[in-house]
Design a protein around this ligand. Structure first.
Ligand code: SAH
Length: 216
């Protein structure tokens, strides 16, 4: 089957499942997800499913990547070009979510605790020509204090509770999107820093690998 057909089917499916932001759908259409997985899995890259990327980790499901991206963008994309300034991503993995985010941000700051995955993602994203990404081998529980505050924070692995450091690093009006809870019963939350304090919304039930403390 032609790869373009499977890509189109994926976009259609995302649209039917709550992804309404056309800029996000367009982005999922244009990022070559097959280049972010092992060659042996490339034929499955446009299925709406998580796939293994080594070291017990997975590339996130496209629907989840689209949902999280849509959830951090300001309503109507805010009209800015790009719509977001500084964005923090925790859990670089293979770098797919990083690539999807890139054009929506002035700079994406991405943290990964496993050095091997971090190196591979950096090499891949450099080869693909992404110039607005900064990489850190570190523990995402700490965030990236030297670059805070952030307009948006996306976390691609689930802690038991929202880490305090990430809330502290959220700019006024900023949005944190994070899965929280034990395996099998995680909730994707959006926390927004409003003038009246932190506002929490439940976005969806989800399934992520755990956010692990310390560096690998
Ligand atoms: N968005 C990535 C998702 C990768 S899975 C992708 O699409 O490929 C989640 C990633 O979070 C894993 O690579 C895992 O190693 C990383 N991770 C887990 N705990 C972490 C922590 N405390 N700090 C940074 N990264 C972490």
């Amino acid at each position: 089957e032609l790869p373009n057909r499977t890509r189109e089917r994926l976009i259609q499916r995302l649209g039917e499942n709550g992804i309404s932001n056309t800029a996000v759908l367009e982005r999922i259409r244009s990022v070559p997800r097959h280049l972010f997985v092992d060659e042996a899995l490339a034929s499955r890259a446009y299925e709406d499913t998580a796939l293994p990327i080594g070291q017990g980790q997975t590339i996130s499901q496209p629907w989840v990547v689209a949902l999280m991206t849509q959830a951090v963008l300001p309503p109507g994309n805010g009209g800015g070009v790009p719509p977001l300034g500084k964005v923090l991503e925790v859990g670089t993995g293979c770098g797919y979510q990083t690539a999807v985010l890139s054009p929506f941000a002035r700079t994406v700051f991405t943290i990964e605790r496993l050095a091997g995955l971090q190196r591979a993602a950096r090499t891949r994203l450099n080869e693909l020509g992404f110039g607005n990404i900064r990489y850190r081998h570190g523990d995402g529980f700490q965030g990236w204090p030297g670059q805070a505050p952030f307009d948006a924070i996306l976390v691609a692995a689930a802690p038991a509770d929202v880490p305090e450091a990430l809330l502290e690093q959220l700019a006024p009006g900023g949005r944190l999107v994070i899965p929280v809870g034990p395996a099998g019963q995680q909730e994707l939350l959006r926390v927004t820093r409003t003038p009246d304090g932190l506002q929490r919304e439940l976005l969806s039930q989800v399934s992520f690998v755990p956010l692990v403390e310390g560096m690998g």
